[in-house]
Design a protein around this ligand. Structure first.
Ligand code: NAD
Ligand code: GLY
Length: 363
């Protein structure tokens, strides 16, 4: 089976393909990307039972072992990475062994990090199974685990050899996770591609119906945008920071609500609206963003009761950054820039008055 879209992340002699299509897990031959005789598939207890046997069919004649991690962000730990080291060591895996990550962003980040560390770096392949991982986490080589003092505090840049995106596996993804992934799709369009944004406005219904052609198109656009950014700025010296549109507010919302209350994509959706308000662009453009996110079933504002905590979270962030926050702002839809010279009074009005009582808001 051939992919419907193939995009190259052009990092010179570390360039790699992103292969997109429906039915690729089990239907596409990944063996050219598996080095050496040993292969370890890392998945989790939710995704493994659904897709592990199918993925094995993509590995040709390669003997492979599988490791099933517990599900959840709370398991994105050094202990999980260590269980991968243990499995590789028990296999007597050498530097030419390959790790294949089958799962969402959590599995991909842990498995990629373990591959970056084992014997100072072994090949790995990403087979992302959430929309968020397909359009964002599996591309670009950011890998890592959480520490009790912060998310993704321990990590490494380690690029995969290939990214295999099967849009068909999204059929089993819970609705709420799917919509959270759509927030990152909207993000890519909002920062870099006004035409794609207009396409999303016209096709959001088809995406919510998980129409294979629409998904392939949207995921392909996102991968093109992300791979161009990563190729230009692999280690986030500047341009790559634009991918954090909505994230300064989004992280503050997650922090103020308590991690796990809202999904990351839900917080980013409300965060993008706030960042757009801070940008001071044409109000009609802001209205288009709110309408698209609403159509995607995403929140467009934080719950009122967390606004006080939001200010505290941002103040802490500000302190950690030696006094000045950085925001990704928009000149217009499709045209983003990085700013630390935002207006403080506008920021105050975007955050809004603190102290309202909990209102039972739903994401
Ligand atoms: P996740 O990996 O926790 O997956 C969400 C849930 O969906 C999990 O319960 C998972 O088991 C389940 N699931 C996955 N695929 C499924 C499928 N096809 N069918 C049914 N259930 C399925 O969450 P996520 O949103 O994919 O990833 C979030 C993580 O990604 C965070 O840890 C974040 O830090 C990281 N991230 C990394 C990058 C990066 O550049 N490396 C970028 C963005 C996010
Ligand atoms: N998710 C942001 C990045 O990959 O840089």
């Amino acid at each position: 089976m051939q992919p419907s879209h193939t995009i190259t992340v052009d990092l010179g002699d570390r360039r790699y393909p992103i292969l997109i299509g429906s039915g690729l897990v089990g239907g596409y031959d990944l063996s050219p990307f598996i080095e050496g005789p040993d292969c370890l598939i890392v998945t989790n207890e939710t995704v493994g039972p659904l897709y592990l046997e199918r993925l094995k069919k993509s590995l040709g004649g390669h003997a492979c072992e599988a490791l099933c991690l517990p599900d959840g962000e709370c398991h994105k730990t050094l202990a999980a990475a260590e269980s991968i080291f243990d499995a590789l060591a028990a296999m007597r895996a050498g530097r030419d062994a390959t790790v294949v990550a089958l799962g969402g962003g959590v599995v991909g980040d842990i498995a990629g990090f373990a591959a970056a560390c084992y014997m100072r770096g072994i090949p790995f392949v990403q087979a992302p199974t959430t929309l968020l991982a397909q359009v964002d986490a599996s591309i670009g080589g950011k890998t890592g685990v959480n520490h009790r003092e912060g998310k993704n505090l321990i990590g490494a840049f380690h690029q995969p050899r290939a990214v295999l995106i099967d849009t068909g596996v999204l059929d089993t993804l819970p609705d709420r996770e799917f919509r959270a992934g759509l927030a990152e799709v909207v993000k890519h369009a909002a920062i870099a591609d006004a035409e794609f944004f207009a396409w999303l406005e016209a096709n959001v219904g088809a995406l919510l119906d998980r129409d294979a052609a629409a998904l392939g198109e949207a995921i392909g656009h996102c991968c093109e945008i992300k791979s161009a950014v990563v190729a230009a700025d692999e280690k986030e010296q500047g341009l790559r920071a634009l991918l954090n549109f909505g994230h300064t507010f989004g992280h503050a919302i997650e922090n103020a609500l308590g991690y796990g209350e809202w999904l990351h994509g839900e917080a980013v959706a409300a965060g993008m609206v706030m960042a757009t308000e801070l940008s001071g662009i044409d109000p009609q453009e802001g209205e288009r963003l709110r309408r698209l996110l609403t159509a995607a079933g995403l929140p467009i504002a934080p719950p009122d009761h967390c606004r006080g905590g939001l200010r505290a979270a941002m103040d802490l962030d500000k302190k950690n950054r030696r006094g000045r926050l950085r925001f990704v702002l928009l000149r217009a839809i499709g045209d983003a820039y990085l700013a630390s010279d935002y207006s403080e009074s506008r920021l105050d009005s975007v955050i809004g008055p603190a102290g309202a009582e909990p209102a039972g808001d739903q994401p």
